[in-house]
Design a protein around this ligand. Structure first.
Ligand SMILES: [Zn+2]
Ligand SMILES: [Zn+2]
Length: 301
């Protein structure tokens, strides 16, 4: 299993001289299984560069098949999709997987993203074949030799965490998510919390721990610092301390400090990385702040 990060910025894309090292592109991860499956998680602006890379492979010849999983449909996780060139090659097939949303129509969201008044090619006229699947968490599905599991995490409406398993390796994404003790963001969470605050928090934490347990690579939301989250606990994001807490419970080999606040210059992202690395000293967990082009090749077991 080889994982490449194409975007690590949260909320919105940007380009600033103080943010060159970690880039301004928003969320997109590519998982390439040694058995050939392509799994893409999120279509933030980072996906444009992934598209260029895939065009040099079977996707440029119209022979590509990929599965795209969306954690949720906030702008920073879908904005790059219209600029993903393999969509405009006949013969390619893309299976798009999103949460089934109680208050919105997924087809309508994609139609809107490609609305002819804001983009020249409508969603239903893309050259590639598009298959849309809506997921009801928790659950899992098989894609060739890979398995993708999903659970609802603590962010607006229904946001999904994903765990991809293949060849004895695993890649787990738990982002975007708020700290459960501070805010209940997911659809249905407030009701369950109000009925039994302690029980709900405990069962959510336990489900998250089991979901990410002993994974090779764990992507966590580290948008805020302990200071910047003050008054923004309900914005749907976490801190490095929250990532550390999950990492200590789940013992991944690699901890990815994802979703950099768009206001953070490189120096502060480096400070975040050093803070977490210092806290994990003496453990086998390697912490890294991701940037476009970061690749982790796990091989097979
Ligand atoms: Zn986000
Ligand atoms: Zn979001």
């Amino acid at each position: 299993m080889k994982i490449t990060f194409y975007g690590a910025r949260g909320s919105y894309p940007l380009s600033d001289a103080t943010q060159r090292q970690f880039g301004g592109h928003t969320t997109c991860f590519h998982v390439e299984c040694t058995t050939g499956e392509h799994i893409i998680i999120d279509a933030g602006t980072g996906i444009r560069a992934l598209g260029d890379r895939l065009m040099q492979k079977e996707f440029g010849r119209g022979e590509g098949v990929a599965h795209m999983f969306f954690t949720h449909t906030h702008w920073d996780h879908i904005l790059g999709l219209p600029f993903f060139n393999p969509l405009f090659i006949r013969g390619n097939t893309f299976h798009l997987h999103t949460a089934k949303l109680p208050y919105a129509n997924i087809q309508g969201i994609f139609n809107g993203l490609f609305n002819p008044d804001i983009f020249p090619v409508p969603f239903n006229e893309l050259d590639a074949q598009i298959e849309l699947t809506e997921l009801k968490p928790p659950g899992s599905l098989s894609i060739g030799a890979a398995t993708v599991s999903y659970m609802q995490i603590n962010h607006n409406n229904i946001t999904l965490g994903f765990r991809v398993e293949a060849g004895g390796r695993s890649f787990t994404v738990v982002s975007d998510n708020a700290i459960i003790e501070l805010a209940r963001m997911g659809d249905g969470f407030a009701k369950k919390y109000n009925a039994d605050p302690e029980g709900f928090v405990q069962s959510y934490r336990e489900a998250q721990r089991r979901f990410a347990l002993n994974t090779d690579v764990l992507v966590c939301d580290t948008h805020f610092t302990a200071e910047t989250i003050q008054g923004r606990e309900h914005w749907g994001h976490s801190t490095p301390d929250e990532a550390l807490r999950l990492a200590r419970e789940c013992t991944p080999r690699h901890l990815i400090l994802h979703h950099h606040d768009p206001e953070l210059p490189d120096t502060e992202v480096i400070a975040k990385e050093r803070y977490v690395q210092a806290a994990l000293e003496g453990t086998d967990i390697k912490a890294v702040a991701p940037y476009p082009g970061l690749t982790i090749d796990l091989g097979d077991t």
